[in-house]
Design a protein around this ligand. Structure first.
Ligand code: PEP
Ligand code: MN
Length: 337
């Protein structure tokens, strides 16, 4: 439920109504709307009498949120959320480009790629240290050593680092060392992990599960937000369909749909959606054209010998030419790249 206050309602009146709602046993979240303050109510709202709220002369209207996701709902927070990562904004007018290899392999590899993608305009460095692999015999990532190498690359380039957390056992280390914690497609419904990252204030990049509906993705974000962490970036990375040509099917319509339903920024991962390097460019362009707030792209300086996902990784040279094309689309979309 959302209480929309009339414009110019005094702080004292707003506080009074907030305290009253709290005393009735629900959680109260105040949100600044375009001209008016909103008071969002979640949890047990059974003791609330809507007629009594409407009787308050400072209340303009009451909105009942039918959807199961409340705090991530655009009704709860009408303006776009902008997530700040060390002075870099994700959402709003800013397009966030995250680039780097699927996995961190060596200091030379990650530092070289970081410098190259930075020179082309990437604002964040990605690189997996803990890798969720289908086969237990595949490269599992350099783990803590990989995190150390990411930190070196960050030091040398200034790019904030984005990397996947698979287990809450490493949460504190990630909070200390990492700038954006990625929750991968396979863990999108690992509710205990979602609750744990929700207890931090770290920006979370939440990827859509490969068989998850849009509503399930939003409910996963609600788990994080219900614990107090509002810094969430959603990511469409392709879903499983009957189509076999691509690794997944990029659900382009999910982007405008999510932006209609939620205030959270949404970015696209064309690399994992396609599974093929030559499809990354057209899918990246299409993603910005449908309103994505950014992209996460796998870039490798030696794709043929990459330890993971070489077939879908573009070279730094291709990334550079792609960035030039994306600047044109950003301009049309009135966004900044
Ligand atoms: C990744 O980004 O390297 C990754 C494993 O992605 P996803 O969770 O989307 O498969
Ligand atoms: Mn990958």
């Amino acid at each position: 439920m959302v209480i929309v206050m009339k414009p110019k309602t005094t702080r004292t009146e707003i506080e009074k109504i907030k305290r009253k709602m709290e005393s009735l046993g629900c959680q109260v979240h105040e949100v600044q709307g375009e001209n008016r303050n909103l008071i969002g109510l979640v949890g047990d709202t059974s003791k609330i009498d809507p007629d009594q709220i409407k009787a308050n002369r400072n209340v303009e209207k009451l909105i009942f949120i039918q959807e199961p996701y409340k705090q991530v709902n655009r009704l709860f927070h009408p303006l776009d959320s902008v997530i700040n990562v060390k002075g870099n904004s994700i959402g709003g007018k800013n397009l966030a480009i995250i680039a780097g290899p699927c996995s961190v392999e060596s200091e030379e590899q990650i530092v070289t790629i970081a410098k190259q993608v930075k020179a082309s305009g990437a604002r964040f460095l990605r690189g997996g240290a803990f890798k969720p692999r289908t086969s237990p015999y595949s490269f599992q990532g350099l783990k803590e050593d990989g995190l150390e190498l990411l930190k070196i690359a960050r030091e040398k380039t200034g790019l904030p680092i984005v990397t996947e957390l698979m287990s809450a056992d490493y949460l504190q280390k990630f909070v200390d060392d990492v700038d954006v914690i990625q929750i991968g497609a396979r863990n999108m419904q690992n509710f205990d992990l979602l609750k744990e990252v929700g207890k931090t204030k770290k920006p979370i990049l939440l990827k859509r599960g490969m068989s998850a509906t849009i509503e399930e993705l939003l409910m996963a974000a609600e788990y994080i937000m219900s614990e107090g962490n509002e810094n969430i970036i959603l990511c469409e990375r392709g879903i499983r369909t009957f189509e076999q040509y691509t690794r997944n099917t990029l659900d382009l319509s999910a982007i405008p749909i999510i932006k209609k339903l939620s205030h959270l920024p949404v970015i696209v991962d064309p690399s994992h959606a396609a599974g093929l390097w030559w499809l990354v460019e057209p899918l990246a362009k299409a993603s910005l054209a449908v309103g994505a707030d950014g992209l996460i792209i796998e870039v490798h300086n030696d794709p043929a010998n990459a330890k993971c996902d070489g077939q879908q990784s573009i070279t730094p040279e291709r990334f550079d030419s792609l960035m030039k094309l994306l600047k044109g689309i950003a301009h049309i979309e009135n966004k900044e790249l």
